[in-house]
Design a protein around this ligand. Structure first.
Ligand SMILES: [Fe+2]
Length: 360
Protein backbone atom coordinates (compact mmCIF):
# COMPACT_ATOMS: atom_id res chain seq x y z
CA UNK A 1 0.00 0.00 0.00
CA UNK A 2 1.05 3.59 -0.36
CA UNK A 3 2.14 5.72 2.55
CA UNK A 4 -0.59 7.65 4.37
CA UNK A 5 0.85 10.90 3.01
CA UNK A 6 -0.83 10.07 -0.27
CA UNK A 7 -4.16 9.02 1.19
CA UNK A 8 -7.08 10.97 -0.23
CA UNK A 9 -8.35 13.90 1.72
CA UNK A 10 -10.90 16.09 0.05
CA UNK A 11 -11.05 19.02 2.46
CA UNK A 12 -7.51 19.94 3.37
CA UNK A 13 -5.12 21.21 0.78
CA UNK A 14 -2.23 21.30 0.92
CA UNK A 15 -1.19 20.15 4.41
CA UNK A 16 1.10 22.64 6.14
CA UNK A 17 4.71 21.57 6.46
CA UNK A 18 5.11 19.04 9.24
CA UNK A 19 1.39 18.39 9.54
CA UNK A 20 0.28 14.82 9.98
CA UNK A 21 -1.69 13.38 7.10
CA UNK A 22 -5.34 12.69 7.76
CA UNK A 23 -7.29 9.68 6.71
CA UNK A 24 -11.06 9.80 6.46
CA UNK A 25 -13.13 6.99 7.96
CA UNK A 26 -14.25 5.51 4.64
CA UNK A 27 -10.66 5.30 3.38
CA UNK A 28 -9.61 3.69 6.65
CA UNK A 29 -12.42 1.14 6.38
CA UNK A 30 -11.22 0.30 2.89
CA UNK A 31 -7.70 -0.30 4.16
CA UNK A 32 -8.95 -2.47 7.00
CA UNK A 33 -11.15 -4.48 4.62
CA UNK A 34 -8.13 -5.04 2.39
CA UNK A 35 -6.33 -6.33 5.48
CA UNK A 36 -3.61 -3.75 5.08
CA UNK A 37 -0.98 -4.14 7.76
CA UNK A 38 -1.72 -0.94 9.63
CA UNK A 39 -1.60 -0.35 13.35
CA UNK A 40 -4.61 1.40 14.82
CA UNK A 41 -3.66 3.38 17.88
CA UNK A 42 -6.30 4.53 20.35
CA UNK A 43 -4.76 7.63 21.96
CA UNK A 44 -7.74 8.54 24.12
CA UNK A 45 -7.61 8.59 27.90
CA UNK A 46 -8.49 5.16 29.34
CA UNK A 47 -11.82 6.40 30.71
CA UNK A 48 -13.08 7.15 27.18
CA UNK A 49 -12.29 3.68 25.86
CA UNK A 50 -15.26 2.22 27.71
CA UNK A 51 -17.58 3.90 25.16
CA UNK A 52 -16.20 1.54 22.50
CA UNK A 53 -13.14 1.16 20.31
CA UNK A 54 -12.09 0.08 16.85
CA UNK A 55 -11.28 -3.59 16.25
CA UNK A 56 -7.69 -4.87 16.43
CA UNK A 57 -6.41 -1.60 17.83
CA UNK A 58 -3.91 -0.88 20.57
CA UNK A 59 -4.57 1.58 23.39
CA UNK A 60 -1.78 4.04 24.11
CA UNK A 61 -3.11 7.26 25.63
CA UNK A 62 -1.48 10.38 24.18
CA UNK A 63 0.18 11.13 27.52
CA UNK A 64 1.91 7.72 27.46
CA UNK A 65 2.98 7.79 23.83
CA UNK A 66 6.55 8.93 24.52
CA UNK A 67 7.24 5.89 26.69
CA UNK A 68 5.65 3.44 24.25
CA UNK A 69 7.71 4.32 21.16
CA UNK A 70 9.96 1.26 21.40
CA UNK A 71 6.92 -1.00 20.95
CA UNK A 72 5.62 0.72 17.83
CA UNK A 73 6.46 -0.37 14.29
CA UNK A 74 8.39 1.98 12.02
CA UNK A 75 7.81 -0.11 8.89
CA UNK A 76 4.04 0.02 8.65
CA UNK A 77 1.46 2.78 8.82
CA UNK A 78 0.10 3.83 12.18
CA UNK A 79 -3.32 5.46 12.27
CA UNK A 80 -3.98 7.26 15.55
CA UNK A 81 -7.55 7.90 16.56
CA UNK A 82 -9.49 9.51 19.38
CA UNK A 83 -12.98 10.89 19.93
CA UNK A 84 -13.06 13.70 17.35
CA UNK A 85 -9.58 13.96 15.83
CA UNK A 86 -7.76 16.54 17.97
CA UNK A 87 -5.62 14.25 20.14
CA UNK A 88 -5.05 11.87 17.23
CA UNK A 89 -3.59 14.65 15.15
CA UNK A 90 -1.26 15.63 17.96
CA UNK A 91 -0.23 11.98 18.32
CA UNK A 92 0.44 11.55 14.59
CA UNK A 93 2.55 14.71 14.48
CA UNK A 94 4.50 13.57 17.54
CA UNK A 95 5.12 10.17 15.95
CA UNK A 96 6.23 11.71 12.66
CA UNK A 97 8.80 13.80 14.56
CA UNK A 98 10.06 10.72 16.42
CA UNK A 99 10.89 8.66 13.36
CA UNK A 100 7.58 7.12 12.39
CA UNK A 101 7.14 8.39 8.81
CA UNK A 102 3.91 6.48 8.22
CA UNK A 103 1.83 8.01 11.01
CA UNK A 104 -1.60 9.47 10.21
CA UNK A 105 -4.68 10.60 12.14
CA UNK A 106 -8.27 9.52 11.69
CA UNK A 107 -10.30 12.56 10.70
CA UNK A 108 -13.41 13.03 12.80
CA UNK A 109 -12.33 10.33 15.24
CA UNK A 110 -14.21 7.24 16.27
CA UNK A 111 -17.40 9.26 16.42
CA UNK A 112 -17.27 9.91 12.70
CA UNK A 113 -16.10 6.36 11.96
CA UNK A 114 -19.17 5.03 13.76
CA UNK A 115 -21.48 7.36 11.88
CA UNK A 116 -19.96 6.97 8.42
CA UNK A 117 -18.78 3.36 8.44
CA UNK A 118 -19.89 1.15 11.28
CA UNK A 119 -23.08 1.97 13.20
CA UNK A 120 -22.46 -1.03 15.46
CA UNK A 121 -19.70 0.94 17.19
CA UNK A 122 -21.37 2.88 19.99
CA UNK A 123 -21.15 6.61 19.46
CA UNK A 124 -20.29 8.83 22.37
CA UNK A 125 -23.33 9.80 24.31
CA UNK A 126 -23.75 13.48 23.63
CA UNK A 127 -25.78 13.37 26.82
CA UNK A 128 -23.88 13.35 30.08
CA UNK A 129 -25.88 11.09 32.42
CA UNK A 130 -23.52 11.84 35.31
CA UNK A 131 -24.53 15.48 35.38
CA UNK A 132 -27.91 15.27 33.67
CA UNK A 133 -26.93 17.31 30.64
CA UNK A 134 -28.60 16.38 27.38
CA UNK A 135 -27.30 17.52 24.00
CA UNK A 136 -29.03 16.52 20.81
CA UNK A 137 -28.00 17.49 17.30
CA UNK A 138 -30.84 17.58 14.81
CA UNK A 139 -29.58 17.47 11.19
CA UNK A 140 -31.83 18.45 8.30
CA UNK A 141 -30.35 16.61 5.35
CA UNK A 142 -32.49 18.40 2.75
CA UNK A 143 -31.02 21.79 3.69
CA UNK A 144 -27.69 20.81 5.27
CA UNK A 145 -28.70 22.67 8.46
CA UNK A 146 -28.01 21.61 12.03
CA UNK A 147 -30.02 22.64 15.04
CA UNK A 148 -29.54 21.69 18.68
CA UNK A 149 -31.54 20.89 21.76
CA UNK A 150 -29.79 21.12 25.12
CA UNK A 151 -31.46 20.28 28.40
CA UNK A 152 -30.90 19.92 32.12
CA UNK A 153 -32.57 16.57 32.75
CA UNK A 154 -32.78 17.21 36.49
CA UNK A 155 -34.65 20.47 36.14
CA UNK A 156 -36.39 19.29 32.93
CA UNK A 157 -35.63 22.57 31.16
CA UNK A 158 -34.41 22.85 27.57
CA UNK A 159 -33.19 25.35 25.00
CA UNK A 160 -33.30 24.96 21.22
CA UNK A 161 -30.68 26.61 18.99
CA UNK A 162 -31.42 27.50 15.34
CA UNK A 163 -34.63 25.49 14.93
CA UNK A 164 -35.92 24.51 11.51
CA UNK A 165 -39.38 25.49 10.31
CA UNK A 166 -40.89 22.13 11.13
CA UNK A 167 -41.23 22.23 14.91
CA UNK A 168 -42.31 18.56 15.16
CA UNK A 169 -38.84 17.07 15.90
CA UNK A 170 -38.30 19.51 18.81
CA UNK A 171 -41.80 19.04 20.19
CA UNK A 172 -41.32 15.28 20.03
CA UNK A 173 -38.04 15.42 21.97
CA UNK A 174 -39.55 17.78 24.54
CA UNK A 175 -42.53 15.45 24.95
CA UNK A 176 -40.51 12.24 25.12
CA UNK A 177 -38.23 13.59 27.84
CA UNK A 178 -40.88 15.67 29.60
CA UNK A 179 -38.96 18.91 29.07
CA UNK A 180 -40.15 22.49 29.25
CA UNK A 181 -38.69 24.74 26.56
CA UNK A 182 -37.38 27.86 28.28
CA UNK A 183 -35.66 29.50 25.32
CA UNK A 184 -35.23 29.55 21.55
CA UNK A 185 -31.95 31.03 20.29
CA UNK A 186 -31.03 32.14 16.79
CA UNK A 187 -27.27 32.34 16.30
CA UNK A 188 -27.83 34.96 13.59
CA UNK A 189 -30.17 36.20 10.87
CA UNK A 190 -30.01 33.36 8.37
CA UNK A 191 -29.78 34.20 4.67
CA UNK A 192 -29.82 30.70 3.24
CA UNK A 193 -32.93 29.17 4.78
CA UNK A 194 -36.14 30.17 6.49
CA UNK A 195 -35.70 30.19 10.26
CA UNK A 196 -37.94 28.23 12.62
CA UNK A 197 -38.08 30.39 15.77
CA UNK A 198 -41.60 31.66 15.04
CA UNK A 199 -43.10 28.20 14.58
CA UNK A 200 -41.46 26.85 17.72
CA UNK A 201 -42.46 29.93 19.70
CA UNK A 202 -46.05 29.53 18.52
CA UNK A 203 -46.03 25.89 19.67
CA UNK A 204 -44.35 26.40 23.05
CA UNK A 205 -44.56 30.11 23.96
CA UNK A 206 -40.83 30.01 24.82
CA UNK A 207 -39.07 33.37 24.45
CA UNK A 208 -36.82 33.96 21.44
CA UNK A 209 -33.28 35.19 22.10
CA UNK A 210 -31.13 36.92 19.49
CA UNK A 211 -28.14 39.25 19.47
CA UNK A 212 -28.64 42.81 20.66
CA UNK A 213 -27.42 43.73 17.20
CA UNK A 214 -30.22 41.85 15.45
CA UNK A 215 -32.69 44.00 13.49
CA UNK A 216 -35.43 41.43 14.25
CA UNK A 217 -38.93 42.92 14.19
CA UNK A 218 -40.51 40.02 16.10
CA UNK A 219 -40.72 40.09 19.92
CA UNK A 220 -37.40 38.87 21.30
CA UNK A 221 -34.90 39.18 24.14
CA UNK A 222 -31.51 40.63 23.36
CA UNK A 223 -28.18 39.02 24.19
CA UNK A 224 -24.90 40.91 24.62
CA UNK A 225 -21.41 39.46 25.00
CA UNK A 226 -21.25 37.37 28.19
CA UNK A 227 -25.01 37.24 28.78
CA UNK A 228 -26.26 33.85 29.90
CA UNK A 229 -29.54 32.04 29.42
CA UNK A 230 -30.16 29.69 32.31
CA UNK A 231 -31.81 26.31 31.97
CA UNK A 232 -31.88 24.38 35.22
CA UNK A 233 -28.38 24.38 36.68
CA UNK A 234 -26.78 24.99 33.29
CA UNK A 235 -26.27 28.12 31.28
CA UNK A 236 -25.76 29.00 27.67
CA UNK A 237 -23.38 31.94 27.40
CA UNK A 238 -23.48 34.33 24.45
CA UNK A 239 -20.22 35.25 22.72
CA UNK A 240 -20.56 38.02 20.17
CA UNK A 241 -18.85 36.78 17.01
CA UNK A 242 -19.77 39.23 14.28
CA UNK A 243 -18.45 38.72 10.76
CA UNK A 244 -20.66 36.25 8.90
CA UNK A 245 -23.37 38.71 9.94
CA UNK A 246 -23.13 41.63 12.37
CA UNK A 247 -25.62 39.95 14.68
CA UNK A 248 -23.84 36.61 14.92
CA UNK A 249 -23.62 34.89 18.31
CA UNK A 250 -21.66 31.80 19.29
CA UNK A 251 -23.17 30.03 22.28
CA UNK A 252 -20.99 28.33 24.89
CA UNK A 253 -22.14 25.47 27.10
CA UNK A 254 -19.38 24.12 29.36
CA UNK A 255 -16.59 23.22 26.90
CA UNK A 256 -18.86 23.04 23.90
CA UNK A 257 -19.40 25.82 21.38
CA UNK A 258 -22.38 26.21 19.09
CA UNK A 259 -20.64 28.21 16.42
CA UNK A 260 -23.44 28.87 13.92
CA UNK A 261 -21.83 29.94 10.65
CA UNK A 262 -18.86 31.69 12.28
CA UNK A 263 -16.85 28.48 12.39
CA UNK A 264 -17.85 25.57 10.19
CA UNK A 265 -15.96 22.31 9.80
CA UNK A 266 -13.07 22.98 7.44
CA UNK A 267 -14.36 26.47 6.58
CA UNK A 268 -16.23 29.51 7.86
CA UNK A 269 -19.43 31.21 6.78
CA UNK A 270 -19.26 33.67 3.87
CA UNK A 271 -19.47 37.36 4.65
CA UNK A 272 -21.13 38.69 1.50
CA UNK A 273 -24.78 37.86 2.17
CA UNK A 274 -26.02 40.98 3.93
CA UNK A 275 -24.00 42.93 6.45
CA UNK A 276 -21.02 40.64 6.97
CA UNK A 277 -17.42 41.73 7.34
CA UNK A 278 -14.24 39.69 6.71
CA UNK A 279 -12.31 41.80 9.25
CA UNK A 280 -14.86 41.26 11.99
CA UNK A 281 -14.98 37.55 11.21
CA UNK A 282 -11.20 37.33 11.40
CA UNK A 283 -11.26 38.95 14.84
CA UNK A 284 -14.13 36.79 16.05
CA UNK A 285 -12.33 33.63 15.02
CA UNK A 286 -8.84 34.48 16.22
CA UNK A 287 -9.46 36.78 19.18
CA UNK A 288 -12.46 35.00 20.62
CA UNK A 289 -13.00 31.39 19.59
CA UNK A 290 -9.43 30.21 18.98
CA UNK A 291 -8.27 31.51 22.36
CA UNK A 292 -10.14 28.59 23.93
CA UNK A 293 -8.61 25.16 24.63
CA UNK A 294 -8.06 22.78 21.71
CA UNK A 295 -10.36 20.13 23.17
CA UNK A 296 -13.34 22.53 23.02
CA UNK A 297 -16.03 20.86 20.94
CA UNK A 298 -17.37 22.67 17.88
CA UNK A 299 -21.01 22.25 16.86
CA UNK A 300 -21.67 24.18 13.62
CA UNK A 301 -24.92 25.19 11.91
CA UNK A 302 -24.26 23.55 8.54
CA UNK A 303 -22.81 20.39 7.07
CA UNK A 304 -22.59 18.54 3.79
CA UNK A 305 -22.02 19.01 0.09
CA UNK A 306 -24.92 21.44 -0.33
CA UNK A 307 -22.71 23.95 1.51
CA UNK A 308 -19.42 22.61 0.10
CA UNK A 309 -18.68 21.23 3.56
CA UNK A 310 -17.65 17.81 4.79
CA UNK A 311 -20.39 15.40 5.71
CA UNK A 312 -19.38 15.65 9.36
CA UNK A 313 -21.26 17.19 12.24
CA UNK A 314 -18.83 17.88 15.08
CA UNK A 315 -15.19 18.76 15.59
CA UNK A 316 -12.84 20.34 18.09
CA UNK A 317 -11.13 23.73 18.07
CA UNK A 318 -7.76 21.97 18.05
CA UNK A 319 -8.64 19.91 15.00
CA UNK A 320 -10.05 22.93 13.17
CA UNK A 321 -7.03 25.04 14.10
CA UNK A 322 -4.82 22.44 12.44
CA UNK A 323 -6.94 21.63 9.39
CA UNK A 324 -9.47 24.36 8.63
CA UNK A 325 -8.36 26.28 5.55
CA UNK A 326 -9.97 29.50 6.79
CA UNK A 327 -7.95 29.36 10.02
CA UNK A 328 -4.62 28.48 8.45
CA UNK A 329 -4.19 31.59 6.32
CA UNK A 330 -1.00 33.41 7.22
CA UNK A 331 -2.39 36.91 7.75
CA UNK A 332 -5.46 39.08 8.06
CA UNK A 333 -4.84 40.27 4.49
CA UNK A 334 -4.81 36.69 3.22
CA UNK A 335 -8.04 36.03 5.10
CA UNK A 336 -9.62 39.15 3.59
CA UNK A 337 -8.70 37.92 0.11
CA UNK A 338 -9.98 34.43 0.93
CA UNK A 339 -13.33 35.85 2.03
CA UNK A 340 -13.78 38.03 -1.03
CA UNK A 341 -12.57 35.76 -3.84
CA UNK A 342 -13.70 32.47 -5.24
CA UNK A 343 -17.08 32.09 -3.55
CA UNK A 344 -20.00 30.74 -5.55
CA UNK A 345 -22.64 33.22 -6.77
CA UNK A 346 -24.96 34.59 -4.10
CA UNK A 347 -28.27 32.75 -3.82
CA UNK A 348 -30.86 34.64 -5.90
CA UNK A 349 -33.37 34.98 -3.09
CA UNK A 350 -31.20 35.69 -0.04
CA UNK A 351 -32.63 39.22 0.41
CA UNK A 352 -36.15 37.83 0.54
CA UNK A 353 -35.10 35.09 3.03
CA UNK A 354 -33.41 37.65 5.32
CA UNK A 355 -36.51 39.90 5.22
CA UNK A 356 -38.77 36.95 5.98
CA UNK A 357 -36.57 35.83 8.88
CA UNK A 358 -36.71 39.30 10.47
CA UNK A 359 -40.47 39.79 10.03
CA UNK A 360 -42.69 40.45 13.04
FE1 LIG B 1 -25.80 31.88 7.99
Amino acid sequence: MSAPATLPHPFVHPPRAGAAPLIDPVALARLLAAESPILLLDVRPARERRFGHLPWDRAVPLEGLATALADLPTDRPIVAYDHLGFRARAAAEFLAQRGFPLAAALEGGIDEYARAVDPSIPRYPADDPATGLMLRQLPRSESGCLSYLVADLGAREAIVIDPGRDSAPYRELLGTHDLALVGIVETHTHADHLAGHAALHAATDAPIWVSRRSPAAYPHRALADGDAIRFGAEELVAIETPGHTRDHLTLALRDQLFTGDTLLLGACGRTDLGDGSPDLLYESLHDKLLKRPGATEVYPAHFGTRHALPDRYVSTLGFERATNEALRLPSREAFRAYMTEGWPPKPADFDRIVAENLRA
